[in-house]
Design a protein around this ligand. Structure first.
Ligand code: 13P
Length: 255
């Protein structure tokens, strides 16, 4: 048996609907100046559509990659207000966050659409960062695993086994997003190990390779402990990523 390839930690900033092009022009050089040489992580910036071109230009040939925060599943057509994979690729974008809980809750993003978006992103050569996670009520009712199973199985339904490891899955418990109530390292580890096992139901090889990351109130204070968990392969950082120095500290915390 060949040794499994170690999973490179994936540390991503999700700016959500924050920062203009002018802000991006300040942030990216500041971040590049703060990142430790030789840090262990792959670093990604998930930025608003309007900032993508500037972020790609400013990150240049640094190791920082740029992702969108959504993508439409169709190649082109009458979909007012939407952006296709080809449009993102043309800008030099590396991937897209898909199924963020804010999009599911506030903008009607469905598992059904994700079934098409995830394979469409992969087919185009983009890295999908698929977000899943339970509400507080679901956790309290003991429904966390049922919810995660449903979301992971649905969204990956049409992904071929040999492409499963190219997806990044972000476990983002909704009760931890923007609340300051970060999941405990044990809670993150348990849910992420469960998600890995779900991928393993499709392919053992993919389960060993797929990166499953944690999101929800990650900060430079709590990142190291969470990132040290054996199954936690990185972080998707909202609020704390808006400050370049704070985000650079989180990158530095990746083992
Ligand atoms: P916060 O880090 O602000 O809790 O946001 C997490 C998140 O939703 C990242 O996608």
């Amino acid at each position: 048996m060949p040794e499994p390839v170690p999973r490179v930690p994936f540390i991503a900033a999700n700016w959500k609907m924050n920062k203009t092009i002018a802000d991006t022009r300040e942030y990216v050089p500041a971040l590049l100046g703060q990142l430790d040489v030789g840090h262990a992580a792959q670093v990604a910036l998930c930025v608003p559509f309007t900032d993508l071109a500037s972020a790609v230009e400013l990150t240049g040939d640094s190791e920082v990659i740029v992702l969108a925060q959504n993508m439409h599943q169709e190649e082109a057509g009458a979909f007012t207000g939407e952006i296709s994979a080809r449009m993102l690729l043309e800008l030099g974008v590396h991937g897209a966050v898909l199924g963020h809980s804010e999009r599911r809750r506030d903008f009607g993003e469905t598992d059904r659409a994700l079934q098409e978006k995830v394979p469409a992103a992969l087919a185009a050569g983009l890295t999908p960062v698929l977000c899943v996670g339970e509400t507080e009520e679901e956790r309290e009712a003991g429904e966390t695993q049922r919810k995660l199973r449903h979301q992971v199985q649905e969204a990956l339904l049409h992904v071929d086994e040999d492409r499963l490891a190219d997806v990044v899955v972000a476990y983002e418990p909704i009760w931890a997003i923007g609340t300051g109530r970060v999941a405990s390292p044990d809670q993150a580890q348990e849910a992420i190990a469960f998600i890995r096992a779900l991928v393993g139901d499709r392919s053992k090889a993919a389960a060993a390779e797929v990166r499953v990351i944690y999101g929800g109130s990650v900060s430079s204070e709590n990142a190291a402990e969470i990132l040290a968990q054996p199954d936690v392969d990185g972080a998707l950082v909202g609020g704390a990523s808006l400050d370049a120095q704070e985000f650079a500290k989180i990158v530095a915390a990746a083992p």
